[in-house]
Design a protein around this ligand. Structure first.
Ligand code: TXE
Length: 485
């Protein structure tokens, strides 16, 4: 697909592409060029209803397949996605700005994750038997839920869909996916690949649209679970909609993740790792490093190295091989980033590098380092979701821990230290994931639940299957009642 041949995107419901839209059209804009690359008609409540109905109708056949066959079909699709990783990474680049090489590595990681997560179905205890007295037993049977929904944001269009789908599908559920209206193009391609890979009609359905389609999905009475990734405000709305129907939601929301750098670590190597954690994907990761607390003993060297590293994040169109830092997804997102940086400088922060919108088209913002920041500044409190590294100096590791815990968010936290006692202390941070001397990682066995306002519902490992199934207990005594002789 090229921007000269603008694409009209369609829904994919019950194994068929939707008709071309007649009325309102939404545009997908390349954030590096500000040119429209695709359009689509947003799903109406009726379209959403058709998709949910298709998913509900396909559920029984899909759930009745042997687990190994479901896993096989998911793996066939995953292999097709792997073969098309380069093409999908280019689509992601055009729709939301991520450099192609970065996109490709995350897509390949997500394919491995999908395969591993689906394969866990082969050992998941869908039926467990507990024996009781007098030959009685209880079978715990974990049934698939039925039609479910996956609502994704724009920062990792392909990986977000793949990460949610493995356990849902392998457990026997069918799914309606609604990608972000800002980045639906690569998801449409994922669905074409699923169709070609032989996924049965109705098992995977796609509706395109904005918050209206998302709300219709979250409020639909036949959607048994909504897996939502996005902002806190929308997550609350989804949780309220599913809660009102007594249905489930798994909510993976925003973060303001701290990173704590202890005395005694290599300041230059750590600065390089922190730059990556703060700037990769132009800072648009829910677990980006957004608050940096560095021990005063190494603060000067660390900041100097961080500034030098930030200046190597060459900004440009992600289609160009030399680009390290793509644009932000759109103007609205860049405005948030600019507002946070301006607010910090206005309140006394020092701008060490970056911070100024370049004069060129595209929604670019440079890798930015701020020092002298404090908790009165937006950049230390609200999710920035941009390439900004605000650094605060702390006198002791304990002070750093205390300040790291000062947030309404609790997604993840990272600690760099060689002190085992400090590692032990860091495990008490209020976060779903604590990384020590690394950032990211953990594989499909990583089990966690976001803390505080960062979400609800455990994910990863067995918990994803527990969420994707409903346990029912069947108590059995071997003989029917008999009257005493
Ligand atoms: O998110 P929304 P947006 C943060 C980041 C960003 C902010 C806003 O700080 O600046 O959120 O981003 C769909 N019912 N994150 O506006 O609105 C919507 O169409 C159901 C953090 O993109 O939460 C999209 O598909 N669905 C984050 C999805 O929800 C609704 C990643 C996310 O959109 C809906 C992205 C409704 N009422 C942004 N309204 C992370 N943690 O990874 C919208 N949607």
């Amino acid at each position: 697909m090229g921007e000269l041949h603008m694409e009209e995107l369609r829904h994919f419901i019950g194994g068929r592409c939707g008709e071309p839209a007649g009325g309102e059209l939404l545009s997908v804009v390349n954030p590096a060029t500000e040119k429209t690359l695709a359009r689509f008609g947003p799903a109406s409540a009726h379209d959403v209803d058709r998709a949910v109905t298709a998913a509900a109708e396909a559920h029984h056949g899909w759930a009745a397949l042997p687990v190994a066959e479901r896993v096989d079909r998911i793996h066939v699709w995953a292999d097709a996605v792997a073969e098309h990783a380069a093409e999908l990474a280019e689509l992601e680049c055009r729709e939301m700005g991520k450099p192609v090489a970065v996109g490709r590595s995350f897509i390949e990681g997500a394919v491995s994750g999908l395969k591993a997560a689906a394969a866990q179905a082969l050992t998941y205890p869908f039926t467990e038997t507990v024996t009781g007295p007098d030959e009685a037993r209880t079978d715990i049977i974990r049934h698939a839920l039925g039609a479910t929904a996956v609502i994704t944001p724009w920062n990792f269009p392909v990986p977000m869909v793949l990460a949610a789908l493995g356990p849902l599908l392998a457990a026997g559920n069918t799914v309606v996916v609604k990608p972000s209206e800002r980045s639906p193009v690569s998801t449409v391609r994922l669905f074409e690949l699923a169709d070609r890979a032989g996924m049965p009609p109705g098992v995977l359905n796609l509706v395109l649209g904005d918050g209206r389609a998302g709300a219709a999905l979250a409020e639909h009475e036949d959607v048994q679970l909504v897996h939502f990734t996005g902002s806190v405000g929308t997550g609350r709305a989804v949780g309220a909609a599913t809660g009102a129907r007594l249905h489930r939601s798994v909510l993976e929301l925003g973060g303001k993740d701290p990173v704590l750098i202890d005395a005694g670590v290599d300041p230059v190597a750590t600065a390089q790792a922190v730059a990556f954690g703060a700037f990769v994907n132009t800072g648009q990761i829910c677990t980006s490093m957004e608050r940096i607390y560095v021990h005063e003993q190494i603060a000067d060297e660390f900041v100097e190295a961080l500034v030098a590293e930030a200046q190597t994040y060459t900004l440009g169109d992600g289609m160009e091989p030399g680009t390290v830092l793509g644009p932000l997804v759109d103007e609205q997102q860049r405005d948030i980033v600019r507002r946070h940086v301006d607010d910090a400088v206005h309140k006394g922060a020092t701008l060490r590098t970056g911070g100024v919108v370049p004069e060129r088209s595209g929604y670019f913002f440079p890798a930015t380092v701020l020092t002298d920041v404090d908790a009165t500044m937006l950049v230390m409190v609200e999710e920035t979701f941009g390439p900004v590294a605000p650094v605060a100096v702390v006198r002791t590791f304990e002070e750093g821990l205390a300040r790291a815990a000062e947030s309404r968010y609790g997604l993840a936290a990272t600690v760099y230290t060689d002190d085992p006692e400090h590692v032990a202390a860091a495990t008490r941070l209020p976060a779903g994931v604590v990384w020590v001397n690394q950032w990211q990682g953990g594989g499909p066995e990583r089990l966690y639940e976001p803390a505080r306002d960062s979400g609800m519902g455990a994910t990863g490992a067995r918990a994803a299957y527990d969420a994707a199934t409903r346990p029912a207990a069947v108590h059995i005594t071997p003989r029917s009642p008999r009257l005493r002789q």
